[in-house]
Design a protein around this ligand. Structure first.
Ligand SMILES: NC(=O)c1ccc[n+]([C@@H]2O[C@H](COP(=O)([O-])OP(=O)(O)OC[C@H]3O[C@@H](n4cnc5c(N)ncnc54)[C@H](O)[C@@H]3O)[C@@H](O)[C@H]2O)c1
Length: 337
């Protein structure tokens, strides 16, 4: 199969592309190498992918429709997976425009591209952040999710809505997956695990927000990639309708469109996460307890039932195992301690 993946120099896009290339597929990888975090890490990820003959990297910004068109011409994709985005909750307070540019204007260009390319399936990365501070847990796809707490969440929710209208008008089967705190080797330096491990190994303090009382439903990267690959094969269509009253109606009535959580439904308290990191590193952290940051949500908690019903799969790798694998990777690849 031929895939066009946006965001292949990023954490998740790299892992998805690697798995597909290892399985013998062709991947065109589109990425703008944005300087949100160390570009050398992005270049290293692309260098690894470039060892595969099936990989074609295209460096360009989503906002540049002509560059996206060139990427599609190279690969004539059967499936498009749109992962490139301005990610991060906290940075959205500092630089909201980056989110509007990449996640609204950029995603619009991907929808326009899909309208002409007509892939068998278009898959888009959304986020658990769109559930905001919902109190009903676990978060189900049928719950209301229209009280975003940050411009990051607002742009992702808007992307879902734009994608729904395009799926209705142009009949491209479209799945928007809502990811829940993804972590693992080659992960993002702006995320807690990377920052904690780096600080502990270098004897710097770690900052613990919400006085440690937040919880997150962590998803290990290999579980996430497995879920994405399985979901690729169940494009939203009548024959893939889920007949389970408990889950509720998740296929749009107006379009070949649905949203799917990818999370295991096993939230972890932040303090347990910190202890897990300390155990894996073999050293105690110097802890600075801080209040909740603006825009932070107290908890995330995925209902995994729809994912399970569609794919027969639920993420299972524990944080103890996943963090241990991250620390092993960090020690070999980031050359510290
Ligand atoms: N990692 C998580 O926990 C998580 C959780 C929820 C949702 N997501 C979503 O998953 C997707 C992938 O996230 P990630 O963790 O791999 O992030 P990442 O920042 O590592 O990867 C995103 C990639 O997109 C590229 N990019 C950003 N803006 C671009 C633009 N305008 N044009 C071209 N390229 C651009 C960046 O250079 C980067 O390589 C994103 O859409 C993100 O919002 C991630």
């Amino acid at each position: 199969m031929r895939y066009l993946i946006t965001g292949t120099a990023g954490f998740i896009g790299f892992h998805l592309a690697k798995r597909l290339l290892d399985d013998g597929h062709f991947v065109t990888g589109f990425d703008g190498m944005t300087p949100y975090y160390d570009v050398r890490l992005k270049e290293r990820r692309h260098a690894i992918l470039s060892r595969s003959n099936g990989f074609r990297p295209v460096i360009g910004m989503l906002e540049d429709k002509a560059a996206l068109d060139r990427a599609a011409d190279l690969g004539e994709p059967d499936v498009i997976v749109h992962l490139a985005a301005q990610a991060g909750v906290r940075y959205s307070l500092e630089n909201p425009k980056a989110y509007v540019d990449s996640n609204l204007a950029g995603s619009f260009n991907v929808l326009e591209l899909a309208r002409t390319v007509k892939p068998q399936h278009l898959l888009l990365a959304s986020t658990s952040s769109i559930y905001g501070a919902n109190e009903k847990v676990p978060f189900a796809e049928t719950d209301r999710a229209d009280e975003p707490m940050t411009i990051y969440a607002a742009t992702k929710k808007s992307m879902e809505l734009m994608a729904h209208s395009y799926a209705h008008l142009h009949k491209v089967p479209t799945t928007a997956f809502r990811f829940f705190t993804v972590y693992g080797p080659w992960g993002r330096p702006d995320m807690a695990l990377f920052k904690f491990v780096d600080a502990i190994l270098n004897e710097r303090p770690i900052e613990i927000y919400g006085e440690g009382r937040m919880s997150r439903d962590f998803t290990y990267i290999d579980d996430l990639v497995e879920a994405i690959i399985r979901l690729m094969h169940v494009a939203p269509a009548e024959e893939n309708r889920v007949n389970d009253g408990a889950i509720g109606e998740t296929l749009s009535r107006q379009a070949p469109f649905r949203v799917v959580n990818i999370g295991g439904g096993q939230p972890v308290e932040l303090m347990r996460f910190v202890e897990t990191v300390e155990t894996a590193v073999g050293r105690e952290a110097i802890r600075i307890m801080l209040p909740m940051q603006q825009g932070d949500v107290p908890r995330t908690f995925a209902a995994p039932d729809l994912l399970q019903a569609l794919t027969g799969f639920t993420p299972t790798i524990s944080v103890e195992e996943g963090v241990r694998r991250f620390v092993d990777w960090y020690r070999t690849e980031m050359k510290t301690a």
